[in-house]
Design a binder for this molecule. Sequence first.
Ligand SMILES: Cc1cc2nc3c(=O)[nH]c(=O)nc-3n(C[C@H](O)[C@H](O)[C@H](O)COP(=O)(O)OP(=O)(O)OC[C@H]3O[C@@H](n4cnc5c(N)ncnc54)[C@H](O)[C@@H]3O)c2cc1C
Length: 407
Amino acid sequence: MLPLSDELKSKWLYGSPLPFAEAPWARGCPSPYYRDSHRRLRHAMRTWVETHLIPHVHEWEKSESLPHSLYQQAADDGLLMPMASGASIRDAWKGKYPIIGDVPADEWDGFHDLIIHDEFGRVGGIGIENGLVGGVTLAVPAIERFGTDKVKQSVVPNILSGRSRIALAITEPDAGSDVRGLQTEAKLSEDGSHFIINGQKKVLFLPNNLPVDYFLTLVREETGNFTLLVIARTEGVSTKHMAMSGSTAAGTAFVDFDDVIVPLDMVVGERGNGLKYVMSNFNHETVHRIPGIKVCKSMPRRLDKSLVYQLSQLSPQESEFLLAGTTAQLKAHAGIVLEHVVREAIQIMGGVGLTRGGRGARVERIWRDVKAITVPGGSEEILLDLAAKRALKISAEMQKIAVRGRL
Ligand SMILES: Cc1cc2nc3c(=O)[nH]c(=O)nc-3n(C[C@H](O)[C@H](O)[C@H](O)COP(=O)(O)OP(=O)(O)OC[C@H]3O[C@@H](n4cnc5c(N)ncnc54)[C@H](O)[C@@H]3O)c2cc1C
């Protein structure tokens, strides 16, 4: 008989009894981070993923598409707004959109956010999550944080209610890690009322059948400065599907902007500061990718728990300064571990691990998706370089404080 109290059994045991299949807080080990609302959310998310996603993954990967109704369902069932929120829910959104698991908006924290992504990770691979909600997670926070009321009101409610979709359009055929090399050009019209955009982007989150209505796009002005703006799918915007080896259900495309007219009020934040705004979402984007990686269940879970706690305690500016290096290191490390674990899993399973479908399906999918998890949002070299530079910067700043403290 299990030597555990009824309280432990009822509150702290959940899910699969197999070794390492669940996090420690589901195996009878109490955690200070989780309450009833987290347990409710976990159960609601797990049911949602098992009902609406897992039975269809194979078919959607094959067709490189997601059903249109799925996105609306995600909005109606309360997934979209929380995914755009991160560690807390903005006052302006409270009461306007449903929240899965009936979590009270005031209680929402970084651990609720982590649970959503963790449960998505159970699909195995990253394509479905990327295709369905990648744009919501990566693009909406920057618009909400830096956009004018005009841009927020004309774009965000459409997305969070499931009427429209958005994608992040930064990368170009000749500018990936080197974001400063991007060439998409924004020319101011003679009367100064709008930009004329020309260039090409490589963009994820365009599954067949599930078109994107807005692109949060980084462009270069004639001054050479970078500006972030929202481009609606309008005259002059065309997309061409790209075949990918991983993350196929998410859909990836070349997006062409050919003399596209964008009113100035679609600029997000101040003109010329676009790069700063893109980087501002870095911590959340990185933490969102880690659960997908963590499905292999061998991640240093304690590290990501304390990181989520720290992110929720610090202001955005403080966490950008103090934690960007740690999140970068964690994502790079998680990717290295995932590649190793999935390789070993295939070796152990033999041919079954290379079969699309059946017992090896998840492992085979993760094998195809592993690079689509580790490359975007900062590849290994870039992240480790950033982590080292950030550690030196923090040290230099702390030395200044120490010197000042002695005076
Ligand atoms: C599945 C998927 C989804 C994506 N989604 C989006 C999206 O929605 N929106 C978007 O804008 N972009 C997206 N990207 C693009 C992604 O962010 C870029 O792939 C990434 O920035 C790397 O750029 P790159 O592919 O051009 O590779 P490169 O930048 O050419 O890098 C190639 C290799 O060189 C290494 N390298 C590059 N520079 C250095 C350096 N200075 N020092 C050491 N090594 C270096 C890199 O680590 C990498 O291993 C996506 C990519 C993938 C695969």
